[in-house]
Every structure is written in structure tokens, then in C-alpha cells.
Design a protein around this ligand. Structure first.
Ligand SMILES: Cc1ncc(COP(=O)(O)O)c(C=O)c1O
Length: 397
């Protein structure tokens, strides 16, 4: 007899799963807390500063290339290894196509790494070595997908806090903290970090990767907005993979294209387990055309960075505690009411930002950088909210 009302929560579609049907589902999947993406609003006219999308559209050349590819060829499967794109990316990064894998967004590559390098913890974890083989490690706060990937794979999680200012602990600090595991099968490091925006020096990352005995995946989703990047570590070190995406700096979230660079042996392991046609054909077309128009993207990157600086200064003037950012978003602690109240008040004024109910970032809002006009509207709205809250709000904490 299936347990009655064992899992009474509602499904995403609002219906309670029938107890009988839920017994078909693996217990770990029933227990899973899925990743929660930022809101994609169903109504128009909102200012969307909640999912770190690029405020500017893809290059006109990219749009033209996609349109030109929409014809009878849609009946054909796409190139299974995204060969042309891998060749172009290899030339760009000075490596061989064998050092590259393209994915359905970089999210897919993060998941592939967990499946390629980590044993599920379903077997008894008796020895230390067995535990390490089943461990996915990451800093907190960082990308909230990592614990979900660990849970999906049935791996052991090892979250380790960053320093209180979200900087990277030194090797000695990690040693003294006693929580870091040097032999974890897979360690994800977001650099620059999300949601805090901080960049990490390549020298520090190099030391960490050098000391780590398992695979380190440097998640560089935001590296194009930063002054430095650690791509070379993926080409120099036997245990390092660097993941990049066309979603952020290249305005292609919708097409889902990311890639990873690393040692041939590790990349080959990921190819072995990916879906045969994991990157859709129009995505490959769009990404290739993106690489044909670097000037367009360089100009937009400069605009985003300039707006990031302007917004950061304006919010700081208004009493926000704004963290330094090397990304296309800011993490800022608002003055006065709790951050969640700010989220709701901005939402009521048609501006979406992101907030997490997590102790490490609960006091902050994450604000994606919008167009110049959107940034102006946000600053004006914040000023009005502060005025309506009455005097003293600026300094109140
Ligand atoms: C740190 C980080 N890594 C990876 C991704 C996933 O990007 P993609 O669109 O390439 O799957 C995101 C998306 O928000 C991110 O913030």
C-alpha cells in the first residue's frame, strides 16, 4: 500500500500529486528542492533587473543569421558536437577543439561535470576516499544551482562560507577553517561570484586549483564584464575546467549556448555523457554569428560597465551599502526597511530585482544592470521610495 498523503505538497501546476503516483518517483527526487529561477513576468512593461540578462539585444548580424537559418533545414539534426563553433572558440582561446565542449547553456555543462566526475553517494561512504569521490564542494554564497545539482546527482554537498565580505578565503584560512576538503571530487567556484559580484584574482584561484586534488570548475558566466579572467587555468592545469556562456555578455539567454574549456581528457569525459544533439541548431548559428561582431559586444559591455558604476554611485549616495562588482549586476544592502520590503515596493512600481531568503544575503538586493533609461527609472523610484518613507530612512539600519 502506498503511504497516504506522504507528499501532500502541490505540484508546479497547482495540483496535489496523487499519493499512488508519487510512489513511482525516486525518493531523492521527491525530496528535491528544485532550482528557483528568477521571475519571467507574463505581463509587459516591467523593468526586468532580476535575472542578469543583457539589457541590449544581440547584434543585428546575429538576428539576420538566425532569420536566414529558419527554413527547410529545420528538419535536420544539428551538428552533434557544435563543430564549427568549437573550432572558432578554439581559435579565439588559443587551444584545440578537443579542449572544448559546447552545452545547452553553461548550466548543462555544470550538470555534466557532476555526472562525469562525482560518484553518487548511494553506496555506503565508509572510507574517507569514498566520501571524497562523492563530494561536490562550493563556496557560499555562490550560484544557487550547485546544491541542486549535487542533490539531483545524489552527491554529498560541502558548502564552505566565503569570508564575511565575500572575498575568497586564503589557503591557510581554508586549512584553519577545517571545512574545506582538498580531495572533493568536484569543486565549483563562481568567478566573478554571483550573487555578490566580487571578482577573484587569477593568482588566488591558481593557488586554490593547484592545492585541490579533485576537479575544479571555474564558473565564469560573468567574466566578460570583469577586468581579469582565469581561462588560462583551464588550459594549464590538469584538474581545471572553465565554463563560459553566451547568455550574459552576448545577449543570447534565449538560445541556450555555453561552453567549457579544459584538459582534453576531462572534456572528453563530458562529451561521452552528453545528449547526442545537446546544442540546438539555431543556437549554434547565433553563437557563431556573435563571434563575427566583437565590436558590437565590446561597445555594449562598456555601456553596461559604465551604468554599473553610475548606479553603484547613485545607490551609495542614497544610503545603500553597495558591494564592488565585476559583473552585470550589483549586490546592495538597502537602508531602512528590510530588503524583502524593498523588493516588494519596487515590484509594486513595476521594477523587478532579486532577493533570497538566505542568511548570507537576506539583507541585500541583487540588481541587474539595465539600459541607461532603466537605470534612471530605478534611481528615481528609489529616491521617491526614500522620500515617502520619511526622514531618517537614509541612515536607518
Ligand atoms: C554563476 C552562473 N553560472 C551559470 C549560469 C547559467 O548560465 P547559462 O544561461 O549559460 O546556463 C548563470 C545564470 O544565471 C550564473 O549566474
Amino acid at each position: 500500500m502506498p503511504p497516504r498523503n506522504a507528499f501532500p505538497q502541490k505540484t508546479r501546476h497547482g495540483r496535489a500529486p496523487s499519493p499512488a503516483a508519487s510512489t513511482f518517483i525516486r525518493p531523492s527526487v521527491r525530496r528535491l528542492r528544485p532550482y528557483v529561477p528568477g521571475e519571467q513576468p507574463k505581463i509587459r512593461g516591467l523593468i526586468k533587473l532580476n535575472t542578469n540578462e543583457n539589457p541590449y539585444p544581440p547584434s543585428p548580424r546575429v538576428l539576420a543569421a538566425i532569420r536566414a537559418a529558419v527554413d527547410g533545414r529545420l528538419r535536420l539534426y544539428p551538428n552533434p558536437t557544435a563543430e564549427a563553433l568549437r573550432r572558432r572558440l578554439a581559435a579565439l582561446h588559443g587551444c584545440a577543439p578537443e579542449n572544448l565542449i559546447v552545452g545547452n547553456g553553461s548550466d548543462e555543462l555544470l550538470a555534466l561535470a557532476s555526472r562525469a566526475f562525482v560518484e553518487p553517494a548511494s553506496v555506503p561512504l565508509g572510507t574517507r576516499a569514498r566520501r571524497a569521490r562523492a563530494t561536490i564542494q562550493y563556496f557560499t554564497p555562490s550560484y544557487s544551482l550547485y546544491p541542486v545539482l549535487a542533490d539531483i546527482h545524489g552527491a554529498r554537498r560541502n558548502p564552505v562560507p566565503l569570508n564575511p565580505d565575500f572575498s575568497l578565503p586564503s589557503l591557510r584560512g581554508l586549512e584553519l577553517g577545517k571545512r574545506w576538503e582538498w580531495d572533493a571530487a568536484l569543486t565549483y567556484v563562481t568567478t566573478p561570484n554571483a550573487p555578490c559580484g566580487r571578482g577573484y584574482a587569477t593568482a588566488d584561484l591558481g593557488r586554490l586549483c593547484g592545492a585541490q586534488r579533485g576537479v575544479v570548475l571555474l564558473d565564469e558566466a560573468y567574466a566578460d564584464f570583469a577586468e581579469d579572467n582565469a581561462l588560462r587555468l583551464g588550459l594549464e592545469r590538469p584538474n581545471v575546467i572553465v565554463a563560459r556562456t553566451f547568455s550574459k555578455a552576448y545577449a543570447l539567454c534565449h538560445q541556450r549556448v555555453g561552453y567549457a574549456v579544459g584538459p582534453e581528457t576531462l572534456i572528453d569525459a563530458m562529451h561521452r555523457i552528453r545528449d547526442s544533439y545537446n546544442v540546438n541548431g539555431l543556437g549554434q548559428v547565433a553563437a557563431l554569428a556573435t563571434l563575427d561582431d566583437p565590436g558590437y559586444y565590446r561597445a555594449n559591455l562598456r555601456r553596461v560597465v559604465a551604468s554599473r558604476q553610475r548606479l553603484g554611485h547613485a545607490l551609495a549616495e542614497l544610503g545603500f551599502d553597495v558591494l564592488p562588482s565585476q559583473t552585470n549586476f550589483l549586490l546592495a544592502r538597502p537602508p531602512g526597511p528590510p530588503a524583502q520590503t524593498w523588493l516588494e515596493r519596487l515590484r509594486a512600481r513595476r521594477i523587478l530585482v532579486r532577493w533570497w531568503d538566505d542568511p548570507s544575503v537576506r539583507d541585500y538586493l541583487r540588481i541587474s544592470i539595465g539600459t541607461e533609461a532603466e537605470v534612471d527609472t530605478l534611481i528615481g523610484t528609489v529616491k521617491r521610495l526614500l522620500r515617502s518613507a520619511g526622514p531618517g530612512q537614509r541612515r536607518a539600519r
